[in-house]
Write a protein that binds this ligand. Structure first.
Ligand SMILES: Cc1ncc(COP(=O)(O)O)c(C=O)c1O
Ligand SMILES: [Zn+2]
Length: 398
């Protein structure tokens, strides 16, 4: 076996499927699937000592934990580990040790490249030649970017309200762009239907179980960059909830392998104008019963932070389970605060993020001000998208 994937388990009802299953979601309850691995097998080739001697400075140093066979299948773009900066100014502002994980410099300038690179490798090994994705913008840009690097035709469904820079990226990467007169949620439903009818390989976030398997690499990097230890807390901007579920998966993998003892506390940060995951979490949090009763809430999202403007979180069950499993919580921030934090952060760190990317820092500052939650140290804020993707956010445009 050239990879250690053993199958999938439904995050909603627990039903299990074999590794050849290609139905995307659970056939019984339609919730998303979590990839399962042979951790015994992985453990034989994945260890701290081996990593220390591994000369590959990219996510592919974690190959044993990915669900594809060969590194020949990965896009030939640079996926070097992204910087983890210790932030003196946030330490001063918040009174705790804080790190910034800068994913603004991945090939298409967002965190989404972690998922797209891995899912593209899976697609190549399945001999797929047309792939599709619905996107608020970044997932599509990264899917188109990786498709261009692999010579695979890419179709992207994107709401007409997506920032111009993201549409420009889609255009120059050569994607077949389907502009949807509606919301991201409309684009998503259209993409799922068209993909089913036309047999496109569909990368839609959460729906495609391999997206989480790409996103989880951020956790391995943080663990390694902190000297092979888990942080106390990770603050994550949340829309569909797939990034946070990927962070959770990465640390679960490390725990399964005996490489960390405890999962870090995960904090979901959302705009107060797009807070479906937090609403769902708050409904279930205080009950004795478990995740099996999660029923994902729906809102009418209107946030200026386009990347996290989501009515119905498409990886909502997993996101809420991530919070429950890590004794985590949610924090809502206003759009004004998000926009203000973009300049605050850039002027003190040299890192320019788009609105969604500023959300994690906005959430941390808010929690530190309120002193309502004890934040285990060190805390890591994920910076998930580059500020040049949406300059109107700071110039006062639309
Ligand atoms: C820059 C950025 N941050 C955060 C997110 C939120 O990720 P998720 O939708 O998986 O919660 C996205 C998703 O598009 C994004 O592009
Ligand atoms: Zn199910």
């Amino acid at each position: 076996m050239a990879n250690y994937l053993t199958g999938f388990k439904c995050l909603g009802c627990g039903k299990e499927y074999g590794r050849e299953y290609d139905g995307y979601v659970c056939g019984s309850c339609l919730d998303n699937l979590d990839a399962l691995y042979d951790y015994g097998g992985i453990g034989r080739s994945f260890a701290v000592k081996k990593l220390k001697n591994n000369k590959t400075n990219s996510v592919w140093r974690y190959k044993a934990l990915f669900p594809f066979d060969s590194l020949d299948s990965v896009p030939g773009l640079d996926l070097s580990l992204t910087p983890l900066y210790k932030s003196a100014f946030l330490e001063e502002t918040c009174g705790i040790e804080v790190y910034l994980k800068d994913d603004t410099r991945l090939p298409s300038a967002s965190f989404k490249d972690r998922a797209s690179a891995v899912v593209m490798a899976v697609a190549k090994e399945k001999n797929i030649d047309v792939v599709a994705c619905a996107s608020t913008g970044n997932a599509g840009c990264s899917w188109a970017c990786m498709g261009a690097a692999c010579g695979i035709k890419v179709i992207i469904y994107v709401p007409e309200t997506a920032p111009r820079a993201k549409i420009a990226q889609l255009k120059v990467y050569g994607a077949d762009i389907r502009i949807v007169k509606g919301t991201y949620d409309d684009a998503y439903d259209l993409c799922v239907n068209d993909s089913r009818e036309n047999n496109y390989f569909n990368r839609c976030t959460g729906y495609n179980p391999y997206t989480r398997e790409g996103k989880k690499s951020v956790s391995y990097e943080i663990w390694e960059q902190l000297g092979f230890r888990a942080p106390g807390t990770v603050l994550v901007p949340v829309g569909d909830g797939n990034i946070i579920s990927g962070v959770w998966k990465g640390f679960r993998d490390l725990k399964q392998l005996g490489l960390i003892e405890k999962l870090p506390m995960l904090i979901a940060v959302q705009s107060d104008k797009s807070d479906a995951v937090i609403r769902t979490f708050e409904k279930i949090r205080n009950r004795e019963n478990t995740w099996q009763e999660i029923s994902v809430e729906q809102v009418r999202a209107t946030t200026r932070a386009d990347s996290i403007s989501v009515d119905r979180p498409r990886d909502g069950t997993a996101a809420v389970r991530a919070l429950l499993d890590t004794r985590g919580c949610g924090v809502r921030v206003s759009d004004d605060r998000i926009i203000a934090v973009i300049s605050y952060l850039a002027a003190r760190s040299g890192i320019f993020v788009e609105p969604a990317g500023a959300t994690s820092v906005a959430g941390l500052i808010k929690l530190a001000e309120e002193k309502s939650v004890k934040i285990p140290e060190p805390a890591v804020c994920l910076l998930t998208g580059n500020g040049l993707k949406d300059v109107d956010a700071v110039l006062g445009g639309k």
